[in-house]
Design a protein around this ligand. Structure first.
Ligand code: PLP
Length: 449
């Protein structure tokens, strides 16, 4: 499927091979080989942007999870990145899945070998037809946060196992959800009474502190609220058996978040009362963000002319010396993978993969203030308003972007006729043997280099 062969690559497309020769440490090396092979097969694709998906990184994140939160069963939120090989790897590693729609449920079940009991339909506001399809597919666990949803579920899936999603403090997260989802605690008793009246089975409580949580102390308050909701459940005649601590886990804060969560669980759900309670989570970003890097090609450039004059009178941004003077146009933009800048409030920073046609490894060349733009005809399509990049950067050179795995590919469009970027799979780290072994079970057609 995807096989890398440095020697063959060199023969096929020699002009790119200096980019990696003698530098086996370069992260995107294999991806650049793929690009070179594409170029050989089809000149029109010579500079197409591409992702490198390092499946070992996903594996390592799972190991981190197991170490820090051994009692919490991850249900990967597939909305974040439904990449088929990521899903297969996680399926083989035994995680569950958080699905938000009919389509996502089919996506997971189509992998094969995944029991529907490993899925939680974690969207509190679902179309009736989706609830009906979930029932047909055998997906029983689903969240709700309002009475209308209860009527809907009573009609479409009366045997569902319901989880009440409560409102959590999301003020410490980059993407806040509280304005749209989550029942305030004072509403929960009446919701549970309605569920009882409709003879529905409520089995537990969920919350989500918001995506991209930068202050993990917030998990403590959320667990405390969940404890109150559990007690409300007992009062309503239910025996809750599921606590779902949602997503929001950030790579850089993960161990801290795990510590806060563990302490809060021990405090509000002490061991002696925890028997029979299953604890799950819905991490998305944590698993995939670091695993995907993007290589984009500089397809155009607007810069001051060599004589010091500027090319156009109204060039944007302005010609002041403290403002970016060189504009680079790359072949991924905010209508594509960089939609994360708009929807996910991300700030991205480019690094140089190739400079003037050669692999880039020096840090000593002169830099100039630049801006980086996407390929579409819309001026909103700005990837980076200000970046310090080497003055020698040319059309045809490559820029790299790390941490491009979460909320990027999944929401990309083909606006202006620009195709989705390809994905090259690799397993580069120490865990690659293990990744291959695990993947073989679920991905027979994948050759990981
Ligand atoms: N669960 C639900 C219900 C969500 O809406 C989301 C994100 O939108 C997630 C989990 C994943 O969140 P994160 O990627 O921050 O872990």
């Amino acid at each position: 499927h995807v096989q890398f062969d440095d020697e063959k690559g060199e023969k096929i497309f020699p002009s790119l091979s200096p980019l990696f020769r003698g530098h086996p440490e370069i992260h995107l090396r294999n991806g650049i080989m793929k690009a070179s092979r594409q170029a050989a097969a089809n000149q029109a694709d010579a500079e197409k942007a591409f992702f490198v998906a390092d499946l070992s990184q996903v594996y390592c994140q799972h190991e981190r999870w197991l170490k820090a939160l051994p009692e919490v069963e991850p249900h990967y939120a597939i909305k974040c990145n439904p990449d088929p090989y990521v899903l297969r790897l996680l399926a083989a590693l035994g995680t569950g899945f958080d699905c938000a729609s009919n389509g996502e449920i089919s996506h997971v079940l189509n992998i094969g070998g995944i029991d529907p009991s490993r899925i939680i339909f974690a969207n509190p506001c679902k179309a009736t037809s989706f609830v009906r399809s979930a029932a047909k597919a055998g997906v029983d666990k689903m969240t709700f946060d309002n009475a209308d949803e209860l009527y809907k579920i009573a009609r479409a899936h009366p045997g569902a196992k319901l989880i009440v999603r409560i409102l959590a403090d999301d003020s410490k997260s980059i993407c806040r959800f509280g304005i749209k989802f989550g029942a305030p605690l004072d509403v929960v008793p009446s919701l549970l009474a309605k569920a009882r009246e409709l003879k529905l089975d409520v089995i537990g409580v969920s919350f989500h502190v918001g995506s991209g949580c930068y202050d993990p102390s917030i998990y403590e308050d959320a667990v405390k609220r969940a404890r109150t909701a559990f007690d409300m459940g007992t009062h309503a005649g239910y025996t809750f058996s599921l606590l779902d601590v949602g997503g929001g886990f950030e790579d850089g804060h993960f161990e801290t978040a795990a510590g806060v969560l563990t302490n809060a669980i021990n405090m509000y759900f002490p061991h002696r009362h925890r028997e029979g309670i299953r604890i799950i989570a819905e991490p998305g970003r944590f698993y995939v963000s670091r695993a995907f890097s993007l290589a984009a090609n500089i397809i155009a450039r607007r810069a001051p002319m060599a004589d010091g004059s500027i090319e156009e009178e109204h060039r944007t941004p302005g010609p002041k010396t403290d403002e970016p003077s060189v504009m680079y146009y790359i072949n991924e933009g905010v209508y594509g993978a960089f939609n994360c800048i708009m929807f996910d409030h991300q700030v991205v920073s480019p690094y140089v993969l190739s400079l003037n046609g050669s692999f880039h490894h020096s840090t000593s060349e002169p830099l100039s203030l630049s801006s980086v733009w996407g390929p579409t005809c819309d001026s909103i399509d700005c990837v980076c308003k200000v970046a310090e990049l080497p003055s020698a950067l040319q059309v045809g050179d490559w820029l790299g972007f790390d941490n491009m795995g979460a909320y990027t590919i999944c929401a990309a469009s083909q606006f202006n006729g620009f195709e989705f970027s390809d994905i090259v799979y690799t397993a580069s780290k120490a865990a690659d043997e293990e990744v291959r072994r695990v993947l073989r079970r679920f991905a027979k057609d994948l050759e990981v280099s």
